[in-house]
Every structure is written in structure tokens, then in C-alpha cells.
Design a protein around this ligand. Structure first.
Ligand SMILES: *Cc1c(COP(=O)(O)O)cnc(C)c1O
Length: 631
């Protein structure tokens, strides 16, 4: 029903209790029961929403990628190496980067930074001796200077030239430093090429002639000329391209590889010893599990990707008679997406459909429009449901028009609305029995279904779902051995009508509603938003001042889960500080207002003090909803 095996990459499953489990990539018999993790966290006072991190899944993805390339290199007799640099922007969280470096250092995997702040953090982290630190993005003089400082401190820094001005800074720093001390290690340089080839999917604008990034052919030749004139051509070591994230179509990737490998070969033939070909990131995550070129999917796996990259580059290089370059890969989404999930509780259901309280009867005095709606309700069938649904829509319009003109009473309007929703419910039932459900009935389904109020902010925890309609799998973490009885969409707790989730992963289509269990009073119902480990955390925003959620790091061992670390989410004081309110100042101001009330006698001083104390205690509260009775 939820497609775990399609999108889960083998990491997730359901146990006998009907709970969602996470499997250890090294041994699939070792599992963590997510429901039990949440129970344990609750005992420590950590309520949902909470972000669970499974560092082992990050390791699992690194190994998958590394193994795939190693296998292709062997199979095709490729003579170069394959190295990864992790693009920090995907998830700069210290825990993620440290775990990546711990595992990645075994294969000389390094880092990629795209801004001064990322570089500032990266320079202090320990990397493997032969790993690279690749710098993309637009750079000013300070950025370039910091890169030189990193090289002097021993890192294998590569400054990728995106703009001609960056080259000027690099050449002048190189001159200055080598005159001062010729033994100082200098950074390497790279150039980012603007390819004609484009990717596919939501980020295809990153490639092609009109792309924001990269140098044109004439600019690259100019870089080479200037470096030769300055006697610094040996600094040029890398050719870079990146045609976009979440590349859904393997054919487009192959075309880009061909074009880039040709460019590399032609530069090599100019007697310039470029060692690295950096193929960028973009390996897609199959969020919906459909294995198609749909935006939230990918029509290839890691092995197919590696095979195509290695094979294409080898073929072109052999054809041009140049050595095989070391391939640098900057995949971030693929490595990071799986390791994190956000667990939230459904707070309650929001009623939208009007239901009658008493059995509804019709009499002679009722207005014509109400009588007609009544007739529709009584005579709707599988055959006429579409027509009757359209009629009902018209009658409802009429109902509202007549009400606005003062022609019908409040009771008549209420009666008409109940009848309208009854017709909709029946039409929806008939429509769903059909093999193909037309779009208008998808909309109706969204309208008719239950609306579950989920204790989280889409803007904070799943921003790409809001901004780009990117799909993430959503699944209850328990009751997975019980058939769900409801269809529901999710509303978040922000005061924003965009704060909803009404598109869900499906193998063949996009589901307008999600199958969920009926809510039981005094019993919590938990949902997991899956594969949110890439981009979502740092892109998430402060809308309504919902802060960073609690976070827990989970290790899967012989005896199930071990909670390795708990990091409390933002408090109210921290949330307001993001918009420059200071808790101390707020407390002062609140105290002054209360003092006035004490002075004018409307509060006793002990009441006033209690009020102040109560207010100040809020500073440490969680920004999300607290559990209802038992929830
Ligand atoms: C964003 C970015 C990446 C990472 O892309 P993914 O799709 O996450 O693999 C790699 N390289 C550059 C230059 C980027 O800007």
C-alpha cells in the first residue's frame, strides 16, 4: 500500500508488530523499530515532531556508490580512479559531515564547498591525505584568499573558476605567496564548463547554454592563455561540470558525459596535464519508487549510472588517445536523502464536510433548489454519477446566489449544503469504482477526504514539497498490519493554506489522498516523512516561528536500536531570537505591563507574580503542539 519496497532501497520494512523498521545496511537482520524509538524518546521528554537520523544509512549509501564505481572501473578496464567530494550544501549538519568523512576517508572521499561559510567549516575538518576539497560557486578576493590559506595548511584545494575575475585573484595570490615562500603549497585550479547538453527534471536549467554557471569555450581558452602567460598552467588540474540535481533520465546524463569527455580530451591534446574530470552531482533518488524519468524518480540505479559514466568517458578518451582522468563525483542527494526521517503525530482531524445531525426530510415548503438536490441524492447511480455531480455543483451555486439575494433562509441553506455533500459522497464512491478516475474526481476526493492535522511545518521540514511539489514517501510507523479505513490529506500547523500535503507517491501516478487509519481517541497516531535527509533541513524556514525540531541519532545494533544522541529542538526563546527578539528584554517588558496592573489594583501582587513566572517559563517550551491527553 505504501510502496516501501519500491522507494526504500532495502533499508525499510515492517515487523510482526506492524511497526516500521529500519534495517542495518551491513546486516538486514538487525533492525530498529521506529515506534519503539519514539516511545523511548517520549520517556526522555522528547515528543514529536522529531527528526531521526540513522548514520548507518549514510554509510550504506556511500558504500553502494563506491562499490558501483569500483565494479564498473574493473569491468571496463578503466585506468583512472574514482573519488567523491560531498557537496556540503546538501546537508551541512556536523553529524552528517563527520559521519561521511569517517566512512568516506577510507576511499579518499573529500568535500565540496560552495561558499565562504562552508569553506570556513571545511578547513577545520580532518580529511584523508589524498582527498580533495573542491570549491565551486562565485568567489570574491576573500574567498580565494581563504582557499590559498587552506592549501598552505595542507589541504588539496581545487578552486573551480566560474568567473574570469576569480582567475585574476588566483594568479596574483600565487605570485605573492611563491615569492614569499616557494615551499608553500598552492591550490589547484579547475574550470567549470558550460555544456550544451541539458539534464532532465526540475533542475534542468542548471545545464545548457543559458545556464547561470560555467565558462564558454572562448572563456576557457582565455583562462588557459592567461595561465600560460603567468607561467602557472600547471595549476590547472580539473575540468568541472554539473548539469543539475535529481537528473531523472540516464540518456541526458550520457550525452553530457560525452560532451565533457570530448572537452577534456581536446584540452589534454593542448599538452595541458589535466588530471581530474569532475562530473558534478545529480544522481537522483527514486522518491516514488517508480523507476521512471518522472520528476520524483529516476530511470537508472547506481550501477547503471556508474557503468555509463565510466564507459562513455573511457570510449571518448580512447578515441582521442588521451589518458583516462580521475573521475570526481559530487553526489549529495543520493548519499544523504535516506538517512533522515521526520516523525510527527496527527493531532486531530479537521472537519470540512458538512454532515447532517438529524435525519433529513423534505417538505412542500422547501425551495425548489433544495428539492432538486434532494432528488439528485435519491436517484444518483453508477451510470449517471458524473452528470448528477455536475448538476449538484450548479445547484450549490444557485443555493449561494439565492441566499445572498435574501431569498432563502439559513435553515434552507444548511439543508442544501448537507444534501450537496451527500451527492458528492455518493458520486465519489461511484467514481472510485471505475478503472480510470478522471481528474475532477481526484479533486473531489481531496475535498471529501479526511484532513489530518499533523504536528509539523511543511515549510520547516519538507520545504521542497511546498516549493517544488517534490514528493516524499509518507507512512504510518505503526498499525502497518491493519488495513487503513480512511483516505486523508495532511494539514500542517502553520497558519498558511499552503501548509498542506495532498500529493503522495504512487507507482503509476500521484495519489491525491493517502490511505490512513482512523484516529482513536487518547491514542497517538504517528507518521514518518521519509527520505528527508537531503536539502530539506537547511532549506527549511522559520514560517510562523516553528523552530528546528528535536533530533535523535539512532544506531542499529544486535539488540535493536540505541539512541546515541538527543539534541533538543528550538525553544520559544530561540525561535523569537531568529527575528531579533531577545527573551530577557521580552521578560522585562512583560513584567512592566503586569506591574501597571498591580499598581492600578486589577491584579494582586501574588497574582501578578504568578503571571510573570508563568510567562517566563514559556521561554523554554517547544514551538510545536504538545500532546493531547494521551496523544
Ligand atoms: C548542488 C550541487 C551538487 C550536488 O547535487 P546533488 O543533486 O545533490 O547530487 C554537486 N555539485 C554542484 C556544483 C552543485 O551545485
Amino acid at each position: 500500500m505504501y510502496g516501501i519496497d519500491n522507494w526504500g532501497a532495502g533499508y525499510f520494512g515492517v515487523n510482526r508488530k506492524g511497526n516500521l523498521v529500519v534495517r542495518s545496511p551491513e546486516n538486514e537482520n538487525l533492525t530498529a523499530d521506529v515506534r519503539e524509538v519514539i516511545e523511548d524518546l517520549r520517556k526522555r521528554g522528547i515528543n514529536t515532531p522529531v527528526l531521526l537520523r540513522f548514520p548507518q544509512l549514510l554509510v550504506g549509501q556511500i558504500r553502494k556508490l563506491q562499490t558501483a564505481f569500483k565494479r564498473s572501473i574493473k569491468e571496463y578496464g578503466y585506468e583512472g580512479d574514482h573519488l567523491c567530494v560531498y557537496p556540503m550544501k546538501v546537508n551541512q549538519n556536523r553529524a552528517v559531515i563527520e559521519e561521511y568523512l569517517r566512512e568516506g576517508s577510507r576511499y579518499n572521499f573529500g568535500l565540496e564547498a560552495g561558499s565562504k561559510a562552508e569553506l570556513y567549516a571545511a578547513l577545520a575538518l580532518e580529511q584523508a591525505k589524498d582527498s580533495l576539497l573542491v570549491l565551486n560557486g562565485f568567489k570574491d578576493r576573500d574567498f580565494v584568499e581563504l582557499a590559498f590559506a587552506g592549501a598552505a595548511a595542507g589541504k588539496n584545494v581545487v578552486i573551480v573558476i566560474e568567473k574570469m575575475s576569480e582567475l585574476g585573484h588566483a594568479i596574483s595570490f600565487a605570485e605573492k605567496i611563491s615569492t614569499e615562500n616557494p615551499k608553500t603549497k598552492l591550490p589547484m585550479l579547475g574550470v567549470r564548463v558550460k555544456l550544451y547538453s541539458k539534464g532532465s527534471g526540475k533542475w534542468e536549467k542548471s545545464g545548457g547554454e543559458a545556464a547561470k554557471f560555467g565558462l564558454t569555450t572562448t572563456e576557457i581558452l582565455e583562462v588557459i592563455r592567461q595561465l600560460q602567460d603567468a607561467g602557472r598552467i600547471d595549476m590547472l588540474q580539473l575540468l568541472h561540470f554539473h548539469i543539475g540535481s535529481q537528473l531523472t533520465d540516464i540518456k541526458r546524463i550520457k550525452n553530457a558525459m560525452k560532451e565533457a569527455a570530448r572537452t577534456y580530451s581536446k584540452i589534454r591534446q593542448m599538452e595541458i596535464d589535466i588530471k581530474y574530470l569532475d562530473v558534478g552531482g545529480g544522481m537522483a533518488v527514486d522518491y516514488d519508487g517508480s523507476r521512471t524519468s518522472f520528476e520524483s524518480s529516476a530511470n537508472y540505479n547506481a550501477q547503471e549510472f556508474a557503468n555509463d559514466v565510466i564507459y562513455v568517458i573511457k570510449t571518448v578518451c580512447d578515441d582521442e588517445n588521451v589518458p583516462h582522468p580521475t573521475i570526481i563525483q559530487e553526489s549529495g542527494r543520493y548519499l544523504s536523502a535516506y538517512h533522515a526521517m521526520l516523525i510527527t503525530n496527527v493531532h486531530e482531524e479537521i472537519e470540512t464536510v458538512v454532515e447532517d445531525i438529524d435525519p433529513l426530510s423534505i417538505d412542500e415548503d422547501d425551495p425548489q433548489v433544495v428539492k432538486e438536490l434532494y432528488d439528485l441524492r435519491e436517484t444518483i447511480t453508477a451510470k449517471n454519477h458524473r452528470e448528477y455531480y455536475h448538476d449538484a455543483l450548479e445547484h450549490r451555486e444557485e443555493l449561494f446566489t439565492m441566499f445572498n439575494l435574501g431569498l432563502i433562509s439559513l435553515e434552507d441553506k444548511g439543508k442544501g449544503e448537507v444534501l450537496f455533500w451527500d451527492v458528492c459522497e455518493k458520486a465519489d464512491q461511484y467514481a472510485q469504482q471505475k478503472k480510470y478516475v478522471s481528474e475532477e474526481f481526484d479533486d473531489l476526493r481531496r475535498l471529501m477526504c479526511a484532513k489530518y492535522l499533523a504536528n509539523f511545518s511543511v515549510f520547516r521540514s519538507m520545504p521542497d514539497n511546498w516549493a517544488l511539489e517534490q514528493l516524499f514517501p509518507i507512512i504510518p510507523i505503526h498499525k502497518l498490519n491493519k488495513k487503513p479505513s480512511e483516505y486523508a490529506t495532511l494539514c500542517d500547523i502553520t497558519c498558511d493554506s499552503d501548509g498542506i500535503v495532498d500529493k503522495f507517491v504512487d507507482l503509476h501516478d500521484i495519489k491525491p489522498v493517502l490511505e490512513l487509519h482512523a484516529l482513536t481517541p487518547n491514542e497517538p497516531y504517528y507518521l514518518a516523512m521519509m527520505l528527508v535527509g537531503a536539502y530539506q533541513e537547511v532549506m527549511g524556514n522559520n514560517h510562523n516561528l516553528f523552530g528546528v525540531p528535536h533530533e535523535a541519532h539512532i544506531y542499529i545494533g544486535e539488540d535493536g536500536h540505541i539512541i546515541k544522541k538527543v539534541i533538543a529542538g528550538d525553544t520559544l526563546a530561540e525561535a523569537v531570537s531568529t527575528v531579533r527578539f531577545d527573551a530577557v528584554q521580552l521578560h522585562d517588558q512583560f513584567r512592566r505591563t503586569v506591574m501597571k496592573k498591580i499598581k492600578d489594583g486589577s491584579l494582586s501582587s501574588s497574582e501578578g507574580n504568578d503571571l510573570i513566572e508563568f510567562y517566563e517559563k514559556q521561554a523554554d517550551g517547544y514551538t510545536y503542539l504538545s500532546p493531547n491527553n494521551g496523544q
